[in-house]
Design a protein around this ligand. Structure first.
Ligand code: THU
Length: 163
């Protein structure tokens, strides 16, 4: 018997001014996209922006529904839209941001488990890492170099093939 540790790495930035021009633009778009959230139930607005290798930026925001499970997170709205509209493109980076109606979110939002699984699917399919940029509407920003770092011991299509 032995204990196994799976280390993950991310880079912490004090604020948006420390980012590269390209990353900063993507964060600004994700922050703007929070304004398009339809979140009357949670009042928690999330925005996402996906940069593709063809230079296109595909965006999303969370969309809620009176039948709660029918809603969808911003990350999945954006990545499904990117895949549906640009099936040949590679996703280079996804920026995710959030804000709350009642308070300023000055720390990074971290994606839910289902969104991690969905983003991982596209990363696995394209065999190239998708950089993940997490932020609130101000304050610290985390950058992970790949989705896999958000989901250790992942279940992927490779596990299906092994059966
Ligand atoms: N939400 C997202 O859009 N992305 C996340 O990573 C976490 C949660 C949404 C779902 C729901 O509309 C609201 O935020 C509160 O959970």
């Amino acid at each position: 018997m032995k204990k196994v540790a799976i280390p993950i790495q991310f880079t912490e930035f004090e604020n948006i001014s420390e980012l590269s021009d390209q990353d900063r633009l993507l964060v600004e778009i994700a922050r703007k996209m929070t304004q398009n959230a339809y979140a009357p139930y949670s009042e928690f607005s999330v925005g996402a922006a996906v940069l593709l290798d063809n230079g296109e930026i595909v965006t999303g925001s969370n969309q809620e529904n009176a039948a709660y499970p029918s809603g969808l997170c911003a990350e999945r709205v954006a990545t499904f839209s990117a895949s549906a509209n640009h099936p040949q493109a590679t996703m280079k980076t996804i920026a995710i941001s959030a804000n709350n109606k009642t308070q300023t979110m000055d720390y990074p939002v971290t994606p839910c488990g289902a969104c991690r699984q969905v983003m991982l699917e596209y990363e696995t399919r394209q065999s190239e890492p998708i950089k993940v940029i997490l932020s609130g509407n101000s304050g610290k920003i985390y950058i992970l170099e790949q989705v896999k770092d958000l989901l250790p011991l992942t279940f992927t299509v490779d596990d299906l093939k092994r059966l």
